[in-house]
Design a protein around this ligand. Sequence first.
Ligand code: BES
Ligand code: ZN
Ligand code: ZN
Length: 509
Amino acid sequence: MARQSQTSLTNQTSALETVRADLLVLGLFAKTRRLPEAWKKLDQAANGAIDHLLKLGDFPAKAQETAILYPQGKQAAKRLLLVGLGDKKSFDYNVLRKAAGTAARMAVKLSAARMALALHNLAPDTLKPELIGQALAEGAIVGNFDYRDHLPKQEDGSSEINHLRVILIDHRPAFCRRMNTGSKVGAILGEAQNLSRSIDNMPGNEINPPSLARQAQKVARQYGIRCKVFDDRQLAKMKMNALLAVGSGSASKPRLIMLEYNGRRPASGGRPDAVVVGKAITFDSGGISIKPSANMEAMKFDKSGGCNVIGILAGLARLKRPLHVVGLIPAAENLPSHTSYRPGDIVRTYSGKTVEIQNTDAEGRLILCDALHYAARMRPKAIVDMATLTGACVVALGPHHAGLFSNRDELGRQIQKAAEGSGEPVWLLPCGAEYLEQMKSKIADLKNVSGREGGACTAAAFLGAFVEDVPWAHIDIAAVSDTDKPQPYRAIGATGFAVRLVLEYLRTV
Ligand code: BES
Ligand code: ZN
Ligand code: ZN
């Protein structure tokens, strides 16, 4: 599958000037003019190179800003990298996470295979070593990820690093040990996110519903989790007609992929602690209500929610949480053809509710309504779904927050809290009865679109009509699931947004 550089993490208790590395990374707050006490010996060894830079004021140290130094001194590291941490007042684990990502990407660029991180050196004492270690590991692992499967090797002249070795540095042994504990969790979360990204980045000619199911099976085998795939014939028997309708225009027929992790000891059946559901439209052309051609290629990322479910279940198995969690991925390809579903069709969904199709491009809510109802019938303690559901959410929140919707205040708060910790921010939006009212059809129970007003909220309200009274949260990741803007801490393409957030949530239940 993916041609991907590995990242491994270790820790080391040592003084900065003695750290042997291709790159020693230091974090610096904005507008620092005086050499920090903690760096005095390093700077002495480096012939005053850091002090000189600070005095000149050449490095404002805005967040993710970088400067490389090549001091020909006695320090053991070949190069020094300063990474800006921005304003001290706005410093948190997320700043640290992004700084580690920035450093990892710089290390790759410089072919520096051994990178020592001392980003937290000047951080306030109130920060927890475990959470520092976790954030640094997540940042480095997510930063050292690039989708290069279809590029020739060494395309840009640099020698690729197959293995980035990251060493977390602190001079206090106890602190180092605790940081190491956190970095093990961070590595699992970061790798879970990259697993989602590696599948999500694959184009529609490689990933369709059946091949996505094979990817899920492969991951399930690797991590010892159960995987069951329902094919189109089984889906017809189960009357999952909304999922089938959406996929009817494509030669690659729909699948419902179910992953199951049971970490309860003894493994008891019964009600799952959570069902995690993810939309997987392997390509969304809009169908008969076809989309404009501009940027349509980005609709390969319409499977992000489903790819996240694969990452989350793999992560959960590696974390060995004592929970019973089911992952559900409704997968279909939305194409126009002579077999496609059409505007005007009326579909009887798995729940028995009928839906009038007014726009075949509002297909996410259709595949999800069948999967969510299937989830609700398991009577889990909570359902969490992730979906690239609406352009309206992109308009409402931009690329900075995902939309969060819930039928329970408490679950909403739990997800918000997990989001803060993971640095994957969400914003709570309403999805109450007044929005569902807008989705009522004159000739069926519901229609699949209403006007443009409150489009993310009406879509969420539609989903909420299929979960019965089970506590449910919906995360609209349309704006955040992929990026075409390269950032210092992260590559372009799939982001895996919500993998760490949902894993953080599952770590607390
Ligand atoms: N997959 C899209 C939503 C989307 C838009 C994701 C932009 C990422 C970026 C979804 O299936 C869709 O097309 N939704 C329509 C719904 C409309 C017809 C009510 C939309 O948002 O335009
Ligand atoms: Zn669509
Ligand atoms: Zn879609």
